[in-house]
Design a protein around this ligand. Structure first.
Ligand code: ATR
Length: 273
């Protein structure tokens, strides 16, 4: 039986085993998928050990090992090179290990599923950390007229935008957003502020005038950012549960060559939150 593992620390909370087991059932694939706690010291040896077993065909990697995983693999996809991070390792037919990142494709799949974005959209991406970096290239592939990265620490936004020099990718600090007179079609919150129940300090009118608000975080009730947007009159919004399932679906596709249906899996996870 082909074997897969997700590594992380912590890892007990990971929904990946459940998601992949639903995908496998749905597509009649016979696989095993387990979670494994690792430490900074033993992560790379754990990969060596896993892949010494020929039935191990791939793994997922979550925080805090995505950068280490990028160093371990033989080859990196262009997306993983740009992100400097790997969340999916694939054992290829030639025996080499490919590192890819499916977070970007995961969010784009979800935005398209939600009909949250069209070509030529004006997109505001809040945050310039690992989550923003992982999504950048995929968001640009949507051909927005503007992808504006805004961050509390402006220099980090500038640094991120400089990775892909193109006119429609720009950067600024939060306070500069008041100068944006044209509304955004989509605002994506990639900051970790939601995790601590905080709001990124964005001018209310920027949020209120936006067509769709997306938070990469998710929980059983709307995140603080989504509740705030709702209070300001935004009617179209979503949390990031679909992104979680979308990135898993992309990993599953890379390993198995089959695209699972995400909708029933999102619904099942939502019911359990
Ligand atoms: P992740 O991998 O989740 O992106 P990260 O790389 O640590 O985590 O990045 C966290 C992001 O959330 C950064 O953009 C951070 O802003 P700074 O670069 O200024 O630190 C942002 N962030 C975290 N807490 C925030 C808060 N309370 N308000 C606004 N931005 C916040």
């Amino acid at each position: 039986m082909d074997k897969y593992i997700v590594f992380g620390n912590p890892i007990a909370q990971s929904k990946s085993p459940q998601i992949h087991s639903m995908f496998a059932q749905q597509t009649a694939q016979v696989i095993s998928y387990a979670r494994q706690l690792a430490t900074i010291e033993n992560f790379k040896p754990s990969l060596d050990e896993l892949f010494a077993d020929p039935s191990a065909k791939g793994c997922n990697v979550t925080a805090p090992f995505k950068e280490q995983a990028a160093q371990w693999v033989d080859e990196l996809s262009t997306g993983a090179q740009l992100a400097g991070a790997v969340n999916t390792i694939i054992r290829q037919a030639n025996g080499k290990f490919l590192g890819d990142t499916t977070d970007g494709p995961g969010i784009v799949q979800d935005l398209l599923r939600l009909k949250a974005v069209n070509q030529g959209a004006r997109i505001l991406l809040l945050g310039a950390g690992g989550a923003a970096r992982g999504a950048l290239q995929s968001l640009l592939a949507l051909q927005p007229s503007l992808l504006l990265v805004a961050n509390r620490t402006e220099s980090k936004a500038q640094q991120l935008a400089s990775l892909i020099p193109q006119n429609n990718l720009q950067a600024c600090g939060f306070s500069d957003l008041v100068a944006q007179t044209e509304p955004f079609d989509l605002i994506i919150n990639s900051t970790s502020a939601s995790l601590s129940g905080e709001l990124p300090p964005i001018a209310d009118n920027v949020i209120a005038s936006c067509g769709f608000v997306y938070d990469m975080s998710y929980s059983d009730k709307p995140t603080v950012f989504l509740s705030h947007a709702k209070q300001l009159g935004v009617t179209r919004f979503s949390d990031g549960l679909g992104m979680l399932v979308g990135q898993a679906a992309e990993s599953f596709y890379l390993w198995r060559g089959v695209r699972p249906e995400v909708e029933p899996v999102i619904a099942a996870l939502r019911a359990e939150l």
